[in-house]
Design a protein around this ligand. Structure first.
Ligand code: FNR
Length: 183
């Protein structure tokens, strides 16, 4: 079976982000044949259609190329005001243009939302779930909400064993989802 390259998008820019810790835990649990790497959003300027000319900002081109090269996308997002953080929305917007040539198109994907709160980023998860079909992305139906995240880690280490088992099952299912929808 070919190795599938997965772009992992982390919706938090915070250094000590819990969402990033969750993403790293999922990456560690990736089965053979799934190569998962975080694609950073920090350098992406805010999308401005005026600048998206025949020679767009270099950061836009680099990001779009990186997404185009991926076989699948894993979105890991915190929740900001019951939606996705602006950094993630901006990345989705950047990758969605030029019109008709979205880098996201056809990429199988899954959503993991994360919060220290009890609801696990439900609002962010579903706002994202609303965007992805518009971008023609086969979105894994499984709903993954990681609530109470602060208690699941000691430093960088995932210490909640039931969460680890759940993550393992999820990432295995995601690998199968990517395989099923592979171009
Ligand atoms: C939050 N937070 C938050 N949490 C939540 O469960 N629902 C929400 O709607 C919000 N809204 C919100 C808005 C803004 C502007 C901030 C900065 C934070 C709290 C959030 O879950 C918490 O800061 C997480 O730790 C953010 O994720 P990372 O950075 O740890 O990955």
């Amino acid at each position: 079976m070919a190795t599938r390259n997965i772009a992992v998008i982390v919706g938090s820019l915070r250094k000590a982000s819990f969402t990033r810790k969750v993403a790293h835990s999922l990456i560690e649990l990736a089965p053979a044949g799934l190569d998962m790497q975080i694609v950073e959003l920090r350098e992406l300027p805010l999308y401005n259609e005026d600048e998206d000319t025949a020679t767009p900002p270099a950061a836009f081109t680099a990001f779009r190329d990186r997404i185009r090269a991926a076989d699948g996308i894993l979105f890991c997002t915190p929740e900001y005001n019951r939606s996705v953080p602006a950094a993630l929305k901006n990345a989705i917007d950047v990758g969605s243009r030029p019109y008709g040539k979205a880098a996201w198109a056809g990429k199988p994907c899954a959503i993991v939302s994360v919060s220290p709160g009890a609801m696990g980023g439900f609002g962010a998860n579903h706002h994202l779930r609303q965007m992805l079909p518009f971008l023609n992305m086969p979105t894994m139906p499984a709903e993954v909400y990681v609530g109470g995240v602060a208690a699941k880690f000691e430093g960088e280490r995932l210490v909640d064993e039931s969460t680890r088992a759940f993550f393992q099952g999820f990432v295995n299912n995601f690998a199968a989802w990517v395989e099923r929808h592979a171009a």
